[in-house]
Design a protein around this ligand. Structure first.
Ligand code: DC
Length: 225
């Protein structure tokens, strides 16, 4: 039987690590909706289009093809056939993705693609509006919270591990606060906990503890089938 797990929460709250691992353990698909907004933003920036030019962005939406492929057990994202998985993981793209994600034309397009995948496959989807808008009937919903200091530290560590330099902890913290603020206060599909979501504060949890909490709930759900 098909089932959908939704994980929403602010930037760097632990959604990605958890969603990826839970999907692997349950042998279902992992859907990173943030990566879709990032790939879209990458396309817009690469074509020198203003991030606020909704009309122009609307006009080129049909030229944007986004696919996910499993390459040696890792889910990679492709923009018009090009693997952009690594190119979309930096602060410039984080902010650009957050900005274009306020545009209705972009959201409509990407939400449609996400729902098509949800119709075909069981999945663990992570994002900002998964439990509220994309899959309001998801079988299980989680909302991750985490202190901003801890989130900035985690992102900083991730960048160091990937040898991404030129960013300091304080400015990273500011960028996270700015992005959260935009994501929470936008008019359409703002970041918000669904009424029926389970709240998990990851501030003092290890990756393993976060994953275990979600798996434990998923098992309860599977037992009911
Ligand atoms: O999860 P992330 O940091 O990769 O997401 C990048 C941006 O994309 C985020 O700041 C807001 C936007 N986004 C969104 O609006 N809705 C989603 N479901 C996922 C991401």
């Amino acid at each position: 039987m098909k089932f959908i797990i939704a994980i929403d929460g602010p930037a760097a709250s632990g959604k990605t690590t958890t969603a990826k691992n839970v999907a692997k353990k349950l042998k279902i698909l992992y859907l990173d909706t943030g990566a879709m907004y990032r790939a879209f933003a990458y396309f817009v920036l690469s074509n020198n289009i203003n991030l606020e030019d909704e009309k122009k962005i609307d006009g080129m939406i049909k030229q944007v093809r986004i696919d996910f492929k499993n390459i040696n057990g890792e889910i990679r994202i492709f923009l018009n056939g090009e693997d952009v998985s690594d190119k979309i993981r930096n602060e410039k793209i984080s902010q650009a993705a957050s900005k274009i994600s306020t545009l209705p034309v972009v959201r409509d397009h990407l939400v449609k693609l996400q729902r098509e995948l949800g119709k075909k496959y069981s999945l663990v989807a992570e994002g900002r509006d998964i439990g509220t808008v994309v899959f309001p009937k998801a079988d299980l919903k989680f909302f991750f919270e985490c202190s901003v200091d801890e989130r900035a530290k985690r992102r900083y560590k991730e960048y160091l591990e990937k040898n991404i330099t030129g960013i300091d902890l304080e400015s990273l913290k500011k960028e996270i606060i700015e992005r959260d603020d935009r994501d929470r206060n936008r008019l359409i599909a703002p970041l918000r906990m669904a009424d029926d979501a389970i709240l998990i504060d990851t501030t003092n949890l290890t990756k393993e503890e976060q994953i275990d909490l979600v798996i434990k709930e998923a098992k309860k759900f599977k037992d009911r089938l």
